[in-house]
Ligand binder design. Structure first.
Ligand SMILES: NC(=O)C1=CN([C@@H]2O[C@H](COP(=O)(O)OP(=O)(O)OC[C@H]3O[C@@H](n4cnc5c(N)ncnc54)[C@H](O)[C@@H]3O)[C@@H](O)[C@H]2O)C=CC1
Ligand SMILES: O=C([O-])CC(=O)C(=O)O
Length: 349
């Protein structure tokens, strides 16, 4: 595929709303006059990190791309750096290069940590990933305290509260700048809905709220557009498939990890939305797991308007069906306990 064609595919695929030509113009993509923006990817040599590095290299809003991992980044960086797009690419390996990787970053994307194997829950990753996230966030508070943080590492329901506590302790916490990346849930909900409703997937919008694990993932198909006449049974099945989407991939990969390619795509969409918000593009809205007053829980995923300082507005849930209302009440105890687990960990160790 020619470079220009690839770039155009990415431009369209990364849009938060349908990919029409006028939309692309409105959203102010690809411009040589776009401000300088540095993006750092931590965990860049991993299953998500590598394709995410590729997609961020294709994003014309990025001027510098820093690829950090504990091993393997020189090769990934050398490879990606040959692509003839705007950003300069540099690889950083090992803890003593972490500061350099982070310095000056506008956005830090974190897909560092272990993935699930069949039979595991995301919470089973807590023991290893909590420590990784804690140490990376400590470095962020030191080297780029004003960066937007896009947390991908699981369990997101706990790693985001861990990050918040680390930043609070360092005196750098800004609730507008910390995001749990739940975009893959939205990507899945859109795909599954389009398939069932037989509508053009490019036109589909479905908010997904709550958290990012099992029943805490709550797609709001009653608000899906274009509207379709699906039965209660079909909505129930779509909800379950969205909630179990990660497990579907873990089982299909049979021990070789979890979603990487679709996650890289989702991570690139979310980072692109953050970049647009930073650059002052109006009406950039994505779902994300953020500090929230939408429910009584301190963190919750819902639609968020992104702006020059990160979160500009956390949007409410809108009208819920009875089924969704029940789902909302059912998810709260699990989400609450995952949040508390993260907070306790960050303050204990
Ligand atoms: N938020 C979401 O929707 C999703 C989250 N994930 C999560 O993303 C994480 C990464 O998944 P994969 O890329 O498939 O795993 P992977 O094992 O392929 O890659 C992880 C990378 O992190 C690196 N790493 C480990 N410790 C590090 C440290 N201290 N600093 C920097 N890098 C470090 C490893 O060297 C490795 O290259 C997992 O926790 C997984 O559960 C996966 C899919 C979706
Ligand atoms: O399921 C997993 O472990 C990875 C993940 O978060 C997802 O694919 O949604």
């Amino acid at each position: 595929m020619k470079a220009a064609m690839l770039r155009s595919v990415l431009r369209r695929s990364c849009s938060a709303t349908p990919p029409s030509a006028s939309h692309v113009m409105r959203r102010g993509f690809a411009s040589d006059s776009a401000p300088e923006r540095k993006v750092a990817v931590l965990g860049a040599a991993g299953g998500i990190g590598q394709p995410l590095a590729l997609l961020m290299k294709l994003n014309p809003l990025v001027s510098k791309l820093a690829l950090y991992d504990i091993a393997g980044t020189p090769g990934v960086a050398a490879d990606v750096s040959h692509i003839n797009t705007r950003s300069e690419v540099a690889g950083f390996m090992g803890e003593d290069q972490l500061g350099q990787a982070l310095e000056g970053s506008d956005i830090v994307i974190i897909p560092a940590g272990v993935p699930r194997k069949p039979g595991m829950t995301r919470d089973d990753l807590f023991n290893i990933n909590a420590g990784i996230v804690k140490s990376l966030c400590t470095a962020i508070s030191k080297y780029c305290p004003r960066a937007l943080v896009n947390m991908i590492s699981n369990p997101v329901n706990s790693t985001v509260p861990i990050a918040a506590e680390v930043f609070k302790k360092a005196g750098t916490y800004n609730e507008k700048k910390l995001f749990g990346v739940t975009t893959l849930d939205v990507v899945r909900a859109k795909t599954f809905y389009a398939g069932k409703a037989k509508v053009n997937v490019a036109e589909v919008n479905v908010p997904v709220v709550g958290g990012h694990a099992g029943i805490t993932i709550l797609p709001l198909f009653s608000q899906a557009t274009p509207r379709a006449n699906l039965s209660d049974e079909e909505i129930k099945a779509l909800t379950k498939r969205t909630q179990d989407g990660g497990t579907e991939v873990v089982e299909a990969k049979a021990g070789k990890g979890s979603a990487t390619l679709s996650m890289a795509y989702a991570g690139a969409i979310f980072a692109d939305a953050c970049l647009k918000g930073l650059n002052g593009v109006p009406d950039v809205v994505e779902c994300s797991f953020v500090q929230s007053t939408v429910t009584e829980l301190p963190f919750f995923a819902s639609k968020v308007r992104l702006g020059k300082n990160g979160v500009e507005e956390v949007l409410g849930l809108g009208p819920l069906s009875d089924f969704e209302q029940q789902g909302l009440e059912a998810l709260k105890p699990e989400l609450k306990s995952s949040i508390e687990k993260g907070i306790t960990f960050a303050n204990q160790s």
